[in-house]
Design a protein around this ligand. Sequence first.
Ligand SMILES: [Cu+2]
Length: 287
Amino acid sequence: MSMKSYTPAALVALAALVGCGGGSEPAKPAASAAAPKSAAAPAPAAAGEISGTVKLEGAPPAANPVKMTGDAYCAGAGKGRMTEDVAVKDGKLANVFVYLKEGVDLAKAPAADASVTVEFDQKGCWYAPHVVGVRVGQKVKILNSDETMHNVHGMGEGGLGFNQGMSKGAPPFEVTMDTPAIGSKVKCDVHGWMGAWFNVMEHPWFAVSAADGSYTIKSVPDGDYTVHFWQEKLGEVTMPAKVAGGKITVDASFKANKFIPGSGGGGAAPPRRFPRTPTARSSPCPD
Ligand SMILES: [Cu+2]
C-alpha cells in the first residue's frame, strides 16, 4: 500500500463523479466534494505512521494438515499444506487485516489509483494472498497458476459478485471493487478447503500483518483514530491511536480462547461491512 500519483484514468473518474448531478443519494456531493480538490493539487503525504505487532495470547489452535482429496493434482501440488486460519508463530499473528476506522476523514484520503491492480492467485490449490486489502475503484486480477480447474466464487459485498470456473490455462480476469467491505469471503466451489478474505476500503490506511505479526500504515494525517484488527476466526479488536506528525506504535493482542471453530480455510466469523457510500464507484454516473 503506498501513495500513488494520480493517473489520467483516475482524474477522468473523478471528473465523472463530480459531474453527477441530481443523484438519489444525498451524501454524494459531500463525499465527492473533497476529492477533486486533492486531485487538482495533491497535498503532500502526511508524516504520520502507525506500526506495531499483532499478538496472540494463550495457546494457539493447532494447525491441521489440509486434506486435498478428490483432486490428484492438488494432492501433489498442495502436499504438506497446513491450515492457516490462525497463522501464528511465536505468539505473533499473520493475516490480520488492520485498518483505521473511527477518526478517518475521507476528505484527506488521496484518490484511489485505478491503475493499481492487486493479484490474487490460485496456486498449489491454495489462495495467495489469504487476506487481500484493496481500495474501492481498484481491480483485483484473478489468476489460475494451477494445472487443474478451480471455481473462484466471491461472496458478499465489495464487488465480489463473481463466480467463475477457471480451467487449467484459463486467462486471468479482473474484478473492480466497488463497495467498502470487511471480511468478504472468496471460496472455491471445487475444492472446499480453499478460502480467502477480501477487504475493500475507502481510504489507503490499512495493512495486513506479516508472518512476524508486524504491520505498518504510512502517511496517516494527524488525528485521533481507532485502529481495527480483524482476524477471520478471532473476530475484531480495536486500539486507540493518536497521530501527531510522527511515528507511533500500536500493538494489539487477540485471545486464543476467542477462536471460532470452522472448516479448513473457511470461516465462521460474519462479514463486517461499512454502509455503502458513493465516493469511488466504478460507474459513478449510472443511467
Ligand atoms: Cu479450487
